[in-house]
Write a protein that binds this ligand. Structure first.
Ligand code: FAD
Length: 420
């Protein structure tokens, strides 16, 4: 007989594992279906606000410890422009002594697997190595999920599907959702590293950000236990387009240059470059079907912040919101809840991103390097501040910077007019 679940969650990344855990704890019969065999590599920088621990209830529920996956806890950012004009700044000011913030650095293979095991311990049925091929919806009757493992078909029925299957997800495609996608691209490598080698600012408590080397994007170096995660991404569309192949080549070049400048050069052939699309926020598209039986979460819903390019925290939050709506029998309110949580902040981030990535050097000089800017960035990343709070002031500052540099364009017009 065919298995029936209350909910089938497709994808065991942060969105899917968070949703499956909450659903199982709430008493739902839930399957968490993942196409790869766990633990699996996920192309990602693996940087996230430590407040993720609060979101997932680690301290309260005590069923998981951050020590299982946090490899470095960073409290400084080192910024450069074209690998010059370095600024090393703390993430916290004296006013934050009660509640200092930090950015956790994890390996996604470990982090995601811990969350998947946690969901399974709470009662979710974890089915890895199983690829969902299609979702069949009939007007009356349950949803049929058709999947495949090593050439063998698997089908099951359910009342609701959560599409947490990432940037290229089959669920959104099958359900005709998220048609207006804006895909950015990022590449990362893991470079083995011994602490003490290379530049003195290569430390386990420092994350590095470089703004000039990648037009319309940035590059990063994130510390991990025994390696550096070095990556680069393009977060805004290029006015002249740009073939994907040449953008990837450019990103590889920036990564190699970063390693060289930090005194830990690598040959291109020593590194495994991994590329993946980033579905950046471009306004709230349709993320649930009309009958409210299919909901999208995380990257599948396009919840990557267009300014920073981060998506882990939003994936976790959206997975939890989806679970809550289902458990409380109000799936019809899902999109509205997602809008309440993300829309204002993401829209304001998008406006600022249009300006920042157009004039990165001026933004660097008059914004990033200012005292307090790193603290603000940290608070924005952690969700302790929102882009609406800072964008007007930031654009005013940029305006005066542009005047000082003799540039006549008004950045406010750019925030209004440029296409997402
Ligand atoms: C190079 C790079 C660096 C990044 N760095 C950061 C960072 O430092 N910090 C940050 O916050 N964000 C970062 N991001 C973004 C972050 O990786 C994503 O936002 C996050 O992974 C989204 O989580 P998710 O659960 O929605 O999807 P994913 O983590 O993509 O998980 C989706 C899962 O679904 C599975 N799946 C897909 N199709 C199927 C199918 N048909 N059947 C079953 N399973 C399926 C996949 O195998 C995958 O495990 C980065 C992204 C890239 C590309």
């Amino acid at each position: 007989m065919q298995q029936h679940y209350d909910v089938i969650v497709v994808g065991a990344g942060p969105a899917g594992t968070a949703a499956a855990y909450d659903l199982a704890r709430g008493g739902s019969r839930v399957a968490l279906v993942e196409k790869q065999t766990l633990p699996r590599h996920k192309t990602c920088g693996g940087g996230m606000p430590m407040l993720v621990g609060d979101i997932l209830g680690f301290n309260e529920l005590k069923d998981i410890s951050s020590e299982a996956f946090v490899e470095a806890d960073t409290t400084f950012m080192r910024h450069t422009y074209n690998f010059e004009e370095p600024v090393l700044s703390p993430m916290n000011g004296p006013q934050d002594s009660d509640r200092p913030l930090s950015l956790w650095m994890v390996q996604r293979s470990i982090f995601d697997y811990e969350l998947a095991k946690r969901a399974a311990s709470a009662g979710a049925e974890l089915l890895d190595g199983l690829t969902v091929k299609s979702i069949e919806v009939e007007k009356k009757g349950p949803i049929r999920v058709v999947a495949e493992r090593a050439g063998h078909a698997w089908t099951a029925t359910c009342d609701t599907v959560i599409g947490a299957d990432g940037a290229n997800g089959v669920v959104a495609r099958n359900a005709g959702l998220r048609k207006q996608r804006a895909l950015a691209i990022a590449i990362e490598v893991e470079a083995p590293h011994r602490w003490g080698d290379g530049h003195p600012d290569l430390r386990p408590d420092v994350c590095h950000l470089e703004y000039g080397a990648v037009p319309q994007g940035y590059a990063w170096v994130f510390p991990k236990g025994d390696h550096l995660n070095v990556g680069a991404g393009v977060f805004r569309p290029r006015s002249n387009g740009g073939a994907e192949g040449s953008i990837k080549q450019e990103l590889r070049g920036a990564i190699l240059q970063y390693l060289k400048v930090l005194g830990v050069p690598r040959d291109e052939t020593e590194l495994k470059f991994m590329a993946h699309p980033l579905p950046i926020w471009n306004g709230l598209d349709r993320i649930q079907t009309k009958d409210d039986r299919i909901l999208l979460a995380g990257d599948s819903a396009g919840l990557i912040n267009p300014f920073f390019g981060d998506g882990i925290m939003h994936a976790l939050k959206s997975g939890k919101i989806a679970a809550k709506c289902i458990l409380e029998n109000r799936s019809h309110q899902y999109t509205r809840e997602i809008a309440t949580e993300f829309k204002g902040n993401m829209d304001a981030a998008l406006k600022l991103a249009r300006v920042f990535y157009r004039w990165p050097h001026i933004c660097y000089r008059y914004g990033v390097t200012r005292p307090g800017a790193t603290r603000t960035a940290t608070r924005l990343l952690c969700g302790d501040a929102v882009f609406q709070d800072i964008s007007r002031k930031a654009i005013r500052r940029l305006r005066s910077g542009m005047r000082a540099e003799g540039i006549a364009t008004d950045p406010i017009e750019i925030t209004k007019n440029e296409e997402a």
